[in-house]
Design a protein around this ligand. Structure first.
Ligand SMILES: Nc1ncnc2c1ncn2[C@@H]1O[C@H](COP(=O)(O)OP(=O)(O)OP(=O)(O)O)[C@@H](O)[C@H]1O
Ligand SMILES: [Mg+2]
Length: 252
């Protein structure tokens, strides 16, 4: 029996769309070790979001298993999920959004607020605790959504393109922040991105998926020390190789 924190074995999934069968995942298997950062790269529409939804229990696979610490999911309390599209609650202020999971779980609100205020500082949102989501920029909203995910106190974080809609400068800043927070909290992260450079800058391992139906095309370890230099020859060469592979798979 492997000691992996998350084990995905032989996952397959079809959707029915207007009477037509759409094959989305094809016998996907991988395992994540505790405290590591893994990134999934794959062509648009290949099934990345579907995979995360199955892992968190929002969708059911047709076949295959997902085990967290050896037990079948959905495991309430094990996985925090940051969906691809903004899900901040417009009627709660920023702090109220950040501590949502603690409130639902019945943890101490005083402690949750203290932790949140620390992370607001860390993510450059200090002073914005009492504003509402519509009063924040796109980058700030994403930071708030990330804070909320970290504060869910789950060992596994599933992040679906959290930096996807941001300009390159904000994106680079947030990559640095994310890495700092992760280094401190050492969660097990599964990130979905279209950006090969982002995958190589952040992860211990990159999983490349094929075009739909998604199967695992490559499982590549990234053994470079952090923080990494996006301009280094090694990183650029790895990026080119990943992009070539993605182009063959159907484009990122
Ligand atoms: N609820 C659903 N019902 C029917 N088909 C769906 C449903 N959700 C997703 N699909 C289909 O499954 C396929 C994979 O969708 P998914 O959102 O998982 O892709 P993705 O890899 O996350 O794409 P992107 O990179 O654009 O976010 C698509 O063909 C999509 O149309
Ligand atoms: Mg998606």
């Amino acid at each position: 029996m492997s000691s992996s924190l998350l084990q995905v074995h032989d996952l397959s999934k079809h959707y029915r769309q207007r009477g037509i069968n759409v094959h989305v995942l094809d016998r996907l298997s991988f395992a994540l070790e505790g405290g590591t950062w893994t990134t999934i790269l794959g062509p648009s529409g290949c099934g990345k979001t579907t995979l995360l939804k199955i892992l968190v229990g929002l969708e059911r696979a047709d076949s295959g298993t997902v085990l967290v610490d050896g037990a079948q999911v959905p495991q309430l309390g094990s996985i925090a999920y940051l969906p691809q599209h903004d899900t901040l609650l417009p009627w709660r202020d920023a702090l109220g959004n950040a501590i949502l999971a603690s409130e639902i779980d019945g943890r101490s609100l005083k402690e949750a607020k203290r932790e949140a205020i620390e992370l607001f500082e860390h993510f450059g949102l200090g002073g914005f605790e009492f504003v509402y989501p519509h009063q924040l920029s796109g980058g700030m909203r994403q930071r708030l959504a990330l804070i909320r995910t970290f504060l869910a106190h789950r060992p596994i974080l599933l992040l679906d393109e959290p930096l996807g809609a941001l300009d390159p400068l904000t994106r680079a800043t947030l990559q640095t922040w994310l890495l700092e927070v992760w280094s401190e909290l050492r969660k097990t992260v599964l990130l979905v991105t279209h950006d090969a450079e982002e995958a190589l800058l952040l992860s211990d391992r990159v999983l490349v998926l094929s075009e739909r139906p998604a199967s695992l095309q490559r499982d590549q370890a990234v053994e470079l020390p952090r923080p990494r230099d996006r301009g280094s020859a090694d990183l650029v060469a790895r990026k080119t190789a990943l992009l070539d592979l993605l182009l063959v798979s159907g484009g990122a």
